[in-house]
Design a protein. Structure first.
Length: 102
């Protein structure tokens, strides 16, 4: 059986003090390895060019879903403005969602 990661690009990284422990804790909470946590973070921050539009459309979809469920008129207006900004500015408009995890 081939070793996991064999043939993949590898890069040695020096972590500043405390970062390794923070990554380890985040990975543990999500039930994955540190490597998987690092890769997921890098993929999220640096999506492949073909993924950028997918992420952008997913953000619009998520905002519209929240809009449908929201009853507070002020929050609905915030979501409406967010969708308008995403549609106008394209993927240059960055959205950070609160974690859905408990």
């Amino acid at each position: 059986m081939a070793k996991a990661g064999r043939g993949d690009d590898q890069y040695m990284v020096r972590f500043p003090p405390g970062l390794r422990e923070r990554i380890k804790e985040a990975a543990s909470k999500k039930g994955r390895s540190m490597n998987s946590e690092i890769i997921a973070t890098l993929e999220r921050e640096y999506p492949a060019p073909s993924d950028v539009m997918h992420v952008h459309l997913e953000n619009i979809r998520k905002a519209l879903d929240q809009y449908e469920k929201e009853t507070d008129p002020r929050k609905r207006l915030e979501l409406q403005n967010m969708v308008e900004a995403m549609a106008t500015m394209g993927h240059a408009f960055q959205v950070e969602w609160e974690s859905d995890e408990g």
